[in-house]
Design a protein around this ligand. Sequence first.
Ligand code: ASP
Ligand code: MG
Length: 409
Amino acid sequence: VSLVVQKFGGTSVADPDRIRAVADHVVRTREQGHAVVVVVSAMGKTTDDLLRLAHEVAPSPPGRELDMLQTAGERISMALLCIAVWDRGVPATSFTGSQAGIVTDSLHGRAKILEIRADRLKEALAEGHVVVVAGFQGVSRGRDITTLGRGGSDTTAVALAAALGAPSCEIYTDVAGVYSADPRVVPRARLLSRVSYEEMLEMSATGGRVVALRSVEFARNHHVALHVRSSFTWEPGTWVRNEEAPMEQAIISAVTHDTSEAKVTVEHVPDRPGIAARLFRALADESVNVDMIVQNVSIHGATDISFTVPLADLPTGLKVTESLAAEIGATSVTHDADIGRLSLVGAGMKTNPGVAAAMFEVLAEAGINIEMISTSSIRISCVVHRGDVEDGVRALHTAFGLDLPDEAE
Ligand code: ASP
Ligand code: MG
């Protein structure tokens, strides 16, 4: 028997009907001759509700207790799913992250998996049970319960697939797979049948919300193929794995966008060694997550430095930057919370010059001003005014030939 790991997100197990539908699918998979390990998220918006509850009780709950609280969400769905599977005449056993042997470091709220001692899972599988594991959680070496960060169930699933030697991991969600753009913004976005790990990493990092970034990194590092697909239609979706470059590779695979960041500009900073180091060290020490950084050419020994941070980190980022400005000799700090980022992602970019030029031309034609630019070997990102983001995504999607053809009449 070959082993299949299936992960179901919150919407896939949101209510009793959904849980029964998932149980049917798990049993079907088993009847096809597979051993099945299931990883579940908390039902629907449970994690958000639990977090809200904690903050209603006190303004800054301790990390250990927050983790204890949040892991309850996944325990509910794992037990309910096992109950539904047993009802179909198939034995099933649920395991918390701790019982599943998922050992993490002790950083509450964003713990990293250190190792998986999967012997209990292997025993249950050997006895013919369906194994259901609570996603997004583990236990530290000091035996405290930890969580892996929001969206962490994807990471649990990929890590279990790697630890148990499953060749692939199915990520079931409420969309058909990975699209060439967000279908809510671009109705003619197409479902991608396959993308490389590299492309998926860039997409997840720049606004593609289907698979959590860390789980894609994990999958790439451990050679686990991902199959992202719908738990509503059960149709095949998108394969994420190492892709051999096809003969006729499309230059661009997807257009992503992200409106969750703000821009901070430090004006008139002295242009000498050590200034950027001090600024970004101070931000890092306060756990401000800096993303794009642009420094201007200096004029008369002074320059401007702009960077983006998640909107949630903006207040801290501003505080740190403002308090440092005088020390490093900058004249002022400004910010803009009304920005968005447009990105083109495609492995074909490596071998095709002119993609950046074409992107800027499309935005110019749409009357969209570019505020910042950054690139990797397979991505180009532009920061623009937030109000221009959706028009920009549509214009780029069309210009790079990604639109689905008109429906045949
Ligand atoms: N329930 C957790 C969350 O909502 C983990 C997950 O769904 O992957 O972030
Ligand atoms: Mg979730």
